[in-house]
Design a protein around this ligand. Sequence first.
Ligand SMILES: Cc1ncc(C[n+]2csc(CCOP(=O)(O)OP(=O)(O)O)c2C)c(N)n1
Ligand code: SF4
Length: 291
Amino acid sequence: MLKPADYRSDVEPTWCAGCGDFGVLAAITRAFAELGLEPHRVVSVSGIGCSSRLPLFLKNYSIHTLHGRAIPVAIGVKLARPDLTVIVETGDGDLFSIGAGHNPHAARRNVDITVLCMDNQVYGLTKNQVSPTSREWLYGSLTPYGSIDRPLNPIATMLAFGATFVAQTYAGNLQHMTYVIKEAIKHRGFSFVNIISPCPTFNRVDTFQYYKGKVKDINQLGHDPSSYEAALRVAFHDLDHYYDPEAPVPIGIFYRVQMETYEERMAKVKARYGGLEDLQEIIDACKPKRV
Ligand SMILES: Cc1ncc(C[n+]2csc(CCOP(=O)(O)OP(=O)(O)O)c2C)c(N)n1
Ligand code: SF4
């Protein structure tokens, strides 16, 4: 049986001391070990950012793509090899800013990939610009008077897009992260996990100290993840703490439902009409038919 350390490559992380992404890396390797995944049957896909460097530190196959383009590449891998476990490791900027056009369609199509978003509420790699999940009035290198944008709610957004598994966890709780990542990987269909992963170098507000004691596991408080309405209700309170210092930060599995996946539907179409393997065959099949 493989141990978490067996899933690490020999590349040493270049993250700053105290970065939340170290915890995420530890949780991913623990989740892989506990699920007994074979490294050669896992593909990690990432975009660009401090968080998107994570696949470099793993032993499994990985593709470090362009900024914001991890999801379409991951979909391609999954469609070509549905037997592999495909995981996107990304950041709040990569996923919800430049890459935001891909999320709705991957979610509504229910492609069986797992998206792990390391949400530090800033752009770290490019040295402190505000991101779509930054709180209002956060100072950054391009917002010297504070951000005037309202933040995006990642959980409510992915629920609205139709993701069939939506969860949130926190880099300061290894056990919770490992559990949620395992459940997300086991889920057959599109799974999204927002991981609150503080950037101590640039985000001096949303720190480990800030989140400590604020995060509350909604499943332990009786939240039922099979109810879409209940999930939306809890999700709408996700950002309350930005405006009310007393408000808790919900973590846990918000929503989980089993539906036919994109690959399963694709296999049905292939079985019914036959697979078109040859490019000329595809071109001919698309030509208008004369009657
Ligand atoms: C096309 C393109 N535009 C902009 C950039 C610059 N860029 C690199 S990473 C990044 C933001 C990453 O933010 P996030 O995903 O939150 O990652 P973090 O570094 O905070 O983990 C930007 C704007 C780029 N590499 N490519
Ligand atoms: S800049 Fe922030 S997100 Fe990037 S490695 Fe350093 S602490 Fe982590």
